[in-house]
Design a binder for this molecule. Structure first.
Ligand SMILES: [Zn+2]
Length: 283
């Protein structure tokens, strides 16, 4: 009978899953290769935020050069996203220069890798309202800050995107444990889906000699069985598709105008609304 309480609708991820995990790593470091191997080994997906390798400061060692970057990321199953062509504080240059930093970065990555690049991570986590307006004008759909939530909430403001935590966060173990053992499906009221979002730099694993942190997290997540693994952009696209659903006034009929199937839970039952189709929920 308790299910009668749940007239509310809850987003479910592909396959009807209630949890998703995503990763975001910055700077195009040589250690990205080792990190990518770990993600590939365990079937996880990451977004790598890249500057233009020929434009960044030469003092920064252990970054991939142009050839290295191409070999590492061309055709990989992960997302590449913007990080500013020279990794400047976008808030410390004239706005026109900030525009050029983003445009040139996007143009470079799209031409080099032959794909559309719409995601971003702010270099140094630096942004302001003017930069956000610029990103909207330039078709950037989400941009990650360096702020963290220490929770699994679905992002509301995608141009001020916050991660759950950095991989060196003292709370990582506890958050991971909660994510793996609890579930929104066990909650009576708070049945919103969970997103675990971890960010960092791959070279930090070398600096801190702690590759086991990501290896352990990836292994545990891969064994969970009830989690969707997706890039930042895939999560954004899926949430956008869910938010595009069109309902009848009584909420019992729903149409999916998008190109992907979308999952909805109502009254404890999970439905897939196929791309371009309309369904009616069971009473
Ligand atoms: Zn960076």
């Amino acid at each position: 009978m308790w299910m009668k309480m749940h007239e509310e609708k809850y987003m479910r991820f592909p396959g009807g899953k209630a949890k998703a995990a995503t990763f975001s790593y910055d700077d195009g470091a040589e250690a990205d290769l080792r990190l990518m191997k770990i993600f590939d080994k365990y079937g996880l997906k990451c977004t790598f935020n890249l500057s233009n390798p020929d434009m960044i400061c030469k003092k920064w060692t252990r970054r991939l050069d142009e050839d290295g970057l191409y070999k590492a990321f061309n055709g990989c199953g992960h997302e590449i996203a913007l990080h500013g062509q020279r990794h400047l504080f976008l808030t410390k240059v004239p706005l026109a220069q900030a525009v050029s930093e983003i445009v040139n970065n996007r143009e470079y990555l799209e031409r080099k890798f032959g794909r559309i690049v719409r995601g971003m991570a702010y270099a140094y986590g630096a942004y302001n309202d003017d930069i956000i307006q610029v990103l909207k004008q330039l078709g950037v759909t989400y941009a990650r800050t360096t702020e963290v939530t220490h929770d699994f909430s679905i992002p509301q403001n995608w141009l001020k995107l916050k991660a759950t935590c950095h991989h060196n966060d003292a709370q990582l173990d506890g958050l991971l444990q909660k994510f793996l053992t609890d579930s929104p499906l066990d909650q009576t009221k708070a049945r919103e889906p969970w997103l675990l979002y971890i960010w960092g730099h791959s070279f930090e694993f070398d600096d801190n000699n702690n590759w086991h942190v990501i290896e352990n997290a990836a292994k545990k997540l891969s064994q969970s069985g009830d989690c969707w693994f997706a890039t930042n952009g895939e999560v954004y696209d899926y949430v956008s598709a869910y938010n595009s659903l069109i309902y009848s006034i009584d909420g019992e009929r729903v149409k999916n105008p998008t190109y992907m199937g979308v999952y909805v839970e109502i009254r404890g039952k999970i439905y897939c609304v196929p791309a371009g189709k309309e369904i009616v929920f069971d009473k």
